[in-house]
Design a protein. Sequence first.
Length: 177
Amino acid sequence: MRRFLDRLYYASGALAAVCLAAICVLMLAQSAGREVGLLLRGADDIVAWLNAAVVFLALGHTFRHGELVRVGLWLDKVGPRTRRLLEILSLSTATVFVCYTFYAVGGYMAESRTSGYMTQGLLVIPEWIPQVTFLVGLAIFFVAILDELVRVLRGRKPEYQVAEEARRAAGDFSETV
């Protein structure tokens, strides 16, 4: 199970990176196209959808690697027992919040599909299609938070803390800049 979850987080991060590269390619193509009088219709719409995909698909990966913004300053000031309790409280709260968000987005996406909502802009497609990455990203983020909660409940350090400690031990303090 551990290998599957690690691969899932890695795959979502890799897919987010591919979407980011696609944004770069589309924007460069638009810029080059303007110079030669070529217009890429709908590129702005695709870039907007890819931006949303990057943000949500990267959540699980960045969370697991300690790159997501957290309030670690308070946790560093308390003892190990209090830290564990605060980690459990915060991960439980995040699990509930992300689960509700997934439920709400899933409901909205289902409504978009059954009602036949179409996107606004030059590319008119069913609205639920670009929303899929939002829902998939939230699902992976939910699994990542739940994974960390189970890890902490079993008495182990969360993976994001392990990653942060490894960066500090290697002399990488870039997250504090």
